[in-house]
Design a protein around this ligand. Structure first.
Ligand SMILES: NC(=O)c1ccc[n+]([C@@H]2O[C@H](COP(=O)([O-])OP(=O)(O)OC[C@H]3O[C@@H](n4cnc5c(N)ncnc54)[C@H](OP(=O)(O)O)[C@@H]3O)[C@@H](O)[C@H]2O)c1
Length: 350
């Protein structure tokens, strides 16, 4: 069935995890493009500041503080969205937390708490959104990760939660499609992104701080992918080729990839730089928010050809055909010249 998605400037969008990183960058991009927004995280003060910022840009936005681990709190968010704006068009489940440490180190209570946010938060948001979108149609966007495909050592509970998000999202997509519900479901799979995520993480490693394995990408690239998904039917969008290459390698040569990750897993995730202490550990409660990027050194890639190729597949296919044609004609002209070389060296033909 064809699903009609409205232009962003006609959409009412609920976004969780709006107060930091990817969610903050996405909120700003969607507000600039004229969306009406319901902003969700646990940080009321930060959400109210952001709603004002959006309103100053001319967008309609309200703060709706909630813990995504609570189905009832997210139901209340949906009610407020419909009471204020009359409808919901897109629901973005983006809130997430991280824990660094071995699977044996991380206490079960913390492991469960991470799943409350990363997995159950997505389940709660998706089920509530599906109920509201079933009649009028719309979009559900879930933030997974390249770690939805390939686990990272020292981020075991996080990797498991992102695998679970992918499994749930894939099943929901098929069920809605089979029932001919006019709802499109997209999974966004970012590679390492330079957000306060690492500083927000609970840390059991011996190092002062934690970091993402390179290369790191700018959160605005993920915002661009999410904004695209608001208007287009796409199954998945991967942001950044760095993490994708590791998942592809993992699918092709799993044991070799295990060994390689064991070699670099610790040195690429430990750092002596603790980052901003006011941000550390938002597992159970909000900490300092309001920044798109981390305060750690290293910078990030501002562009991704791999992402552009997914957002503009026709242009990319034409460009690839053009490059292939140029290579073929270059090769052909080379082989046309070869006989003359041969003529100059007749003895070489013997
Ligand atoms: N950064 C990366 O390398 C990366 C890579 C792949 C995927 N991702 C995913 O991208 C998403 C956004 O992460 P980010 O990098 O932007 O991290 P971030 O900067 O730490 O932002 C996380 C957001 O989630 C919110 N949040 C956390 N727990 C919550 C809860 N229980 N209820 C409601 N909101 C909650 C936080 O706000 P409060 O704490 O104020 O509630 C914050 O707004 C996550 O799903 C993450 O797993 C990130």
């Amino acid at each position: 069935m064809t699903i009609r998605l409205k232009p962003i400037n006609n959409q009412l969008i609920v976004i969780t995890g709006a107060s930091s990183g990817i969610g903050l960058a996405t909120t700003r991009l969607l507000a600039a493009r004229g969306a009406s927004l319901v902003l969700v995280s646990r940080n009321r003060a930060e959400l109210e500041r952001l709603a004002l910022e959006c309103q100053r840009q001319g967008a309609r936005a309200i703060a709706a503080p909630a813990d995504v681990g609570s189905f009832e709190q997210l139901e209340a968010v949906a009610r407020v969205a419909v009471q204020t704006f009359g409808r919901i068009d897109t629901w973005i489940n983006n809130a997430g937390v991280a824990i660094f440490g071995t699977c044996e180190q991380v206490p079960l209570a913390d492991h469960r708490r991470l799943f409350d946010t990363n997995y159950w938060g997505v389940v709660h948001g998706s089920l509530i959104a599906a109920r509201y979108l079933r009649q009028r149609g719309g979009k559900i966007i879930n933030t997974g990760s390249v770690l939805s495909e390939r686990a990272m050592m020292l981020q075991g509970p996080y990797s498991a939660s992102k695998h679970a998000v992918k499994g749930f999202t894939d099943a929901l997509r098929m069920e809605l499609e089979a029932a001919e519900a006019p709802i499109s479901v997209t999974l966004i799979k970012p590679s390492a992104i330079d957000t306060p995520y690492m500083e927000h993480a609970r840390n059991f490693l011996p190092s002062e701080g934690t970091r993402n394995p390179p290369p790191s990408y700018d959160p605005r690239l993920v915002a661009k992918a999410i904004a695209y998904a608001c208007e287009h039917e796409r199954r998945e969008i991967v942001v950044g080729s760095g993490g994708w290459i590791v998942s592809a390698l993992g699918a092709l040569a799993p044991r070799t990839t295990d060994y390689l990750m064991e070699l670099v897993g610790r040195i690429t995730q430990e750092t002596s730089d603790p980052g901003r202490s006011a941000r550390r550990d938002n597992l159970y409660q909000a900490r300092e928010d309001g920044a798109e990027r981390s305060s750690l050194p290293g910078g990030s890639r501002k562009t991704s050809v791999f992402l552009e190729a997914q957002l503009h597949p026709v242009v990319s296919a034409v460009a690839l055909v053009g490059v292939a044609a140029a290579l073929v004609s270059f090769g052909a002209s080379g082989s046309l010249r070869r006989p003359r070389t041969d003529q100059r060296k007749p003895s070489a033909l013997v």
